[in-house]
Design a protein around this ligand. Sequence first.
Ligand code: HEC
Length: 126
Amino acid sequence: MRKTLLVILVLPLALMVVAACGGGGDSGGGGGDADVQAGQKLFAKAVLGSQAGCSTCHSLDGSVVVGPSMQGVGSRLSADEIRTSILDPDAVLAEGFTAGLMPPVWSDKLTDEQVNQLVAYLSSLK
Ligand code: HEC
């Protein structure tokens, strides 16, 4: 059930991204479409850097799994706030959640580029 919902939600998004990239030219860094796509793939991984991946704790459909849903996170948080939330999870806590739940491992497990890609992707979720 949850899987189906996810597919329904993610598919139009994926199609939009594909359509937007139709020209195929622009692949530069700095929050471009290529970063968003790469970030989406990273986010969806069940295992990331030998840890349980982001999507095991964060839904995209508004439901709370272990952490808050990433639905509309790009409207709630600035890119900088998203970056801080990933690299130093306990620095600022999402309302209603306690410290120590999100593993503070990502600054070691992810490259700068991967963090940039995740930030670009999450920022695009308006
Ligand atoms: C083991 C579960 C878990 C994993 C894995 C996890 N998170 Fe989290 N995350 C949480 C919890 C719980 C919170 C809320 C507490 C806090 O703000 O630290 C949170 C908070 C966040 C926030 C802030 C959300 C808000 O509304 O303020 C962001 C952004 C985020 N996580 C992104 C990620 C990304 C990207 C990954 C993968 C690299 C990831 N998380 C992996 C549990 C997890």
